[in-house]
Design a protein around this ligand. Structure first.
Ligand code: CO
Length: 174
């Protein structure tokens, strides 16, 4: 009888020990579960990291103005830019485009070359441009996609003759 009692008590002790262990391991899985919860987030970020995406909008109007003088993006980002002409004048008299110039390109000399490139919607031959939209008139828009260049400050203009004086801004890559 005594042996049975001891065995029964030992069994209870083991059972309670086992119970504690189960509750301990449950507590231990709590931080693990939290860590696992953060993992999907970083997994989601990873594919976007090499080429992050940014959407920019820019407006030009009948007063020969862009609505922004600065655009800012991250280096290497895939930039989708939409230029909208919110005025009503035609592109022959109030044409607008977005022309992003390479670092070191003189706005004045580029603009004078552009003014002579009417047949190509005022985009001159050469290697001065990172990206540009087409020339648009009132009520039109154009969307382009390009990869942001190396960090730095670049200039963008409308290359329609006489517009770059007012229609210009800085394109900052960080
Ligand atoms: Co213009």
């Amino acid at each position: 009888m005594k042996k049975l009692m001891i065995a029964a008590v030992a069994g209870l002790v083991l059972a309670s020990c086992g119970g504690e262990k189960v509750s301990e391991s449950t507590e231990q899985t709590t931080p693990t579960a939290a860590q696992e919860a953060t993992q999907p987030e970083s997994t989601v970020e990873e594919p976007a990291a090499p080429t992050s995406q940014v959407t920019l909008t820019l407006e030009g109007n009948d007063q020969m103005r862009f609505d922004k003088t600065e655009l800012k993006v991250a280096a290497g980002a895939e930039v989708t830019l939409t230029l909208t002409h919110v005025g009503s004048m035609g592109k022959e008299v109030m044409g607008h485009n977005f022309v992003l110039l390479k670092d070191g390109v003189s706005v004045e000399s580029f603009a004078s070359k552009a003014a002579r490139a009417k047949d190509n919607d005022y985009i001159p031959e050469g290697d001065d441009v990172i990206a540009h939209t087409k020339l648009i008139g009132g009520g039109e828009s154009d969307t382009i996609t390009f990869v942001a260049p190396a960090p730095g400050t670049y200039e963008f203009i409308c290359s329609f003759p006489g517009h770059y004086g007012l229609m210009k801004g800085t394109f900052v890559v960080e």
